[in-house]
Design a protein around this ligand. Structure first.
Ligand code: PLP
Length: 394
């Protein structure tokens, strides 16, 4: 694809079959567990045409080579497996609870150790990352909506390969520190699920690996569980591909094809969802029962300046709190008629949930925090339903 094309065009055209007479316009899933000998494909656990089309498209958007996995967690597990035995991972205090639980499980067996850090605190990340083997970042974080200064913390991680580091944060602050360990530096991983490659491209900011729960915005219709990693580093790509084939966490061709079909409309879906998210954030801010709204698109949000500098939009997820009243928050979730009370996010239908209903959610996430995943319905209908839920839950 021509590099000058806008991502909203790339998402439609990348990864399609070659334009030759009689070629299909779109890809189809190939249902075969093995292939006739003599080529490089070999066996269904090593490759599939539906994977290739999906991976070419996602890779073109992120600026690297993609690998698809059976789920976001399968992708995350393959990435964590790159940490040497006894190695140390720096991970966010707030992030998707499943990834944090995976790291905790591995720490409990002695496989690795974990340092948890507030990813919005650049100095704290820079200090924690010295001597680490992996820096795992989410931005914005799930569900606290904190924004990490990605260029600054990636520069700090890079500089741990030896010597002094100086980085300019996205908000213009000059940061400096001294790295003590002469290592290659940690592998920097960014979970880009919330932002999507249309709003944020971490590889272009120097990250080594981007990870996705493609279950969310990428597939976009709440009908598929799928994951992916993307890297521009050939060694890392080969190491991850080896893990996919040996751990066997492969997606089915049908799921991958559905995800690609969904991905084609990501630009349009996001445009609608994020403009509605901005509208709802403002309405919630003005609602008397709401004590806090977390959305980087709000000018007063702590992450606003950073998000404006490193993202091309503020996304379609937001969280809000209702004065510490967890029972009220729970009743709101159970009182909506249009919004679906369900976990997950990124689909065309709007979802809401109180995150602390899950026992594994991080205890510093407020009990009354409700996360909204804004779909593509009419904004006025979504707000009217939330308003009636506030009233009927009282
Ligand atoms: N990362 C984030 C930010 C998520 O929200 C999720 C799922 O909710 C995952 C990773 C895990 O992905 P999956 O559910 O596809 O395994």
């Amino acid at each position: 694809m021509a590099p000058e094309l806008d991502p909203s065009t790339v998402v439609v055209h990348a990864g399609r079959p070659e334009r030759v007479p009689n070629a299909p316009v779109g890809d189809s899933p190939v249902f075969s567990s093995t292939y006739v000998a003599g080529g490089d494909r070999g066996y269904g656990r090593f490759g599939n045409d539906a994977w290739t089309a999906f991976e070419e498209t996602l890779g073109a958007l992120e600026g690297g080579r993609a690998l698809t996995f059976a789920s976001g967690m399968a992708a995350a597990a393959a990435v964590c497996d790159l940490v040497p035995v006894g190695g140390r991972v720096v991970a966010p205090i707030h992030a998707y609870s499943g990834v944090l639980a995976l790291l905790d499980q591995q720490a409990a067996t002695g496989r690795l150790s974990v340092t948890r850090v507030d990813v919005a605190n650049t100095e704290a990340v820079a200090a924690a990352v010295l001597g680490a083997d992996m820096l795992w970042v989410e931005s914005p974080t799930n569900p606290a909506m904190e924004v990490a200064d990605l260029p600054a913390i990636i520069a700090a991680a890079r500089a741990t390969a030896g010597g002094t580091w100086v980085a300019t944060s996205t908000t213009g602050q000059v940061l400096a520190g001294v790295a003590s360990l002469p290592t290659r530096g940690p592998i920097v991983v960014v979970d880009n699920t919330f932002a999507t490659p249309l709003l944020q491209q971490p590889l272009g900011m120097g990250a080594d690996i981007v990870m996705h729960s493609a279950t969310k915005f990428i597939a976009g219709h709440s009908d598929v569980v799928l994951g992916a990693v993307v890297t521009a580093d050939d060694e890392l790509w080969a190491a991850l591909e080896l893990r996919r084939r040996s751990l066997g966490a492969i997606p089915g061709p049908m799921e991958t094809w559905l995800a690609l079909r969904g991905l084609r409309t990501l630009a349009l879906r996001l445009e609608r969802s994020q403009s509605t998210a901005a509208f709802l954030a403002q309405r919630l801010l003005e609602h008397p029962r709401v004590s806090r709204v977390r959305y980087p698109g709000l000018p007063d949000d702590a992450g606003h300046a950073r998000a404006a500098a490193q993202m091309s939009g503020f996304g379609a997820i937001l969280s809000f709190e209702v004065g510490g009243d967890a029972e009220y928050a729970q009743r709101i979730c159970e009182s909506t008629k249009l919004w679906l009370h369900a976990t997950s996010l990124g689909g065309v239908e709007s979802l809401l949930e109180r995150r602390r209903r899950w026992p594994i959610e991080v205890p510093t996430i407020p009990e009354d925090l409700i996360r909204l995943s804004v779909g593509i319905e009419h904004p006025a209908d979504l707000w009217a339903d939330l308003e009636q839920a506030f009233t009927s839950a009282t």
